[in-house]
Design a binder for this molecule. Sequence first.
Ligand SMILES: Cc1cc2nc3c(=O)[nH]c(=O)nc-3n(C[C@H](O)[C@H](O)[C@H](O)COP(=O)(O)O)c2cc1C
Length: 366
Amino acid sequence: MPKDPLRTRFTEMLGIEFPIIAFTHCKDVAVSVINAGGFAVLGEAMHTPDEIAADIAWIRERIDGKPFGIDLVLPASVPESASLDDMIAKIPDEQRAFAEKIKKAYDVPDPKEAIALHQWGGLNQELGRAQLDVLLDERVPLIASGLGSPAFILDAAHERDMLVFGLVGKARQAKRQLEAGVDGIIAQGYDAAGHTGAVGTFSIVPEIAAIAGDTPVIAAGGVTTGQHLAAALCLGAAGVWTGTLWLACRESDVDMIIKDRLIESTNEDTSYSKSISGMTMRVLKCPWTDEWEKPEAPPVLPTPYQMLLSAEYIQASNDHRRADLMTEAAGQGVGFITSMKPARQILFDLVEEALASLEGVVGELP
Ligand SMILES: Cc1cc2nc3c(=O)[nH]c(=O)nc-3n(C[C@H](O)[C@H](O)[C@H](O)COP(=O)(O)O)c2cc1C
């Protein structure tokens, strides 16, 4: 009897139905996906420890004991501890003047609110560790690290029966994390939204699957249809990790201006740019990314300084809902997002399309 192709090492590990992980910042999306049989990881890198604890409680109340994950960013390259003002003061005049030029050229208003970056776990190591302590105290079933190796938390997490997954863009990062003993590796390709490396999804997933042994490899980057899910399984992945797919769903709290843009966008409408955070990041094209690509643009600053520089533009665009300025992380799979569906339907569509495409290759499945 042929095996159900959607039962994988990952679904067995977590006791869930479908090998589909939603990365989202929206708690409602996370709860819908979890209750429909998928898995969700809530991005909490921008939140205070108290907010993280409250969000965990909110989710737990709604998922009847099912597992879930929380994602933080743990970059090793940022200062140990420094205040936001100290860091802003270190931004050189050349880059500051260029940001000012963009502001004038596009009539970017001042933000209405204070810059919401003071709690970003990627700002300094102290903040990241305070966030991490909440996840350990709360014994969150799965911790994912979107940036930086989570090797240093493995012992503390495993003592509490928690799983730790690392997200990587290069095989050598995967090798180091596998040697350290992570429970799963997210192999993320160039197509992906947000911070991402330069190796394509089709190349990185089988490369990492070949060295991962029994550790589940999860494919990320451009996964927006069931065909992608089927392909990921054939490449050796035990599941998919998806971000862009959920941004325009009904439950998502993303601004309608961005939802409409996502629905209209093709795979040529994203920019792979260091200009937002100082690290390569894929976002919807906007004046800020366009300007930093021009030959007269100064060098992009390292993280977190470039992030501090772009924060005012981003927040002003959002606060004033300026469609001409706004951007959001989005992957190249955005072209497949063509309507605003409920999260549950997106999940089931992915499953049905994956099974149909596998059947198209091998005939009827169980
Ligand atoms: C709006 C948005 C914000 C993101 N923010 C984070 C983040 O804070 N931490 C993180 O690890 N990944 C973040 N990501 C990346 C996702 O975790 C995921 O790796 C990526 O979306 C996968 O590519 P896809 O969008 O093509 O599915 C973000 C993605 C999106 C779409």
